[in-house]
Write a protein that binds this ligand. Sequence first.
Ligand SMILES: CC(C)(COP(=O)(O)OP(=O)(O)OC[C@H]1O[C@@H](n2cnc3c(N)ncnc32)[C@H](O)[C@@H]1OP(=O)(O)O)[C@@H](O)C(=O)NCCC(=O)NCCS
Length: 200
Amino acid sequence: MTLLEERLKGSVRRGSIPVLETKRLVLRAPRLEDAKAIAALANDRRIAENTACIPNPYTLSDAEAFVENANTGDQDAVFVITLREQTIIGACAITPQDQAGELGYWLGVPYWGKGYATEALHAVIDHAFTDLGYAALQAGARVTNPASRRVLEKCGFQWTGVGLYRIRAINSSAPIDRFRLERGIWSALKDWRRARKVTS
Ligand SMILES: CC(C)(COP(=O)(O)OP(=O)(O)OC[C@H]1O[C@@H](n2cnc3c(N)ncnc32)[C@H](O)[C@@H]1OP(=O)(O)O)[C@@H](O)C(=O)NCCC(=O)NCCS
C-alpha cells in the first residue's frame, strides 16, 4: 500500500467515526487542533497511573501522536469527550481484543465527580452494541481505583476477576479488576431503564 493509500484509508476510517451526543456531552473523533487541550488535561499522574498506556509526563507530541493514530486501526473507535459548548474534557476508546471490545477512558481531573464518565460511557456502549456489532465489552480498573469500578458497575459491567497488567506510567505491573458486559445484559438494562422512565 502506498503512503497516499495509507492516508486515504485513515481518512475514510476517521470519517466513519460518528458524533455521539448525550444530554451534556458530545463525543467525536479527535482532531489535530485538539492536541493542546488533550495534553493539558492528560499530563497528570492521577490519570496516567490509572490507565495502561498514558505516559507521564504527557507532552504535546504525545497528544499529537494520539490524534494521528486514533481511528487508523480497522475496528478502533476513538473519541474525545467534550461539553456541549465544545470544551474538551477527556477521551475514550473501544478497541477489539479477545473477540470483545476493550473500553478505555479518562477525564481531566477538573471534570471528575460530575457523572460525565458514566454519561459518556453509556453513549459509547450503545454505539459498540448497536453500530459496531460487538457481542461483549470488557474493561479494567486498578484495584486502587474505586471511581472507575463504580462507573463500570453503573453501566452494567460485571466483575470477572483480577489480572496483572502493565502500567506504562509506573513502569511496572499492577493488579487490575476485570469487568465484562454481555450484549444480553446491556439490552435488558436498556429495557428496564426505558420502562422505569415511562412509569415514573
Ligand atoms: C474513573 C473516571 C473516568 C471517573 O470519572 P467521573 O466522571 O468522575 O465518574 P462519574 O462521576 O461518572 O462516576 C464516579 C462514581 O465513582 C464514585 N466514586 C468516586 N470516588 C470514589 C471513591 N474514592 N470510592 C468510592 N466511590 C467513588 C462516585 O461517587 C460516582 O459514583 P455515584 O454516581 O454512585 O456517586 C476518572 O476518575 C478518571 O479519569 N480517572 C483516571 C483515569 C481512569 O481511571 N480511567 C479508567 C480506567 S481505563
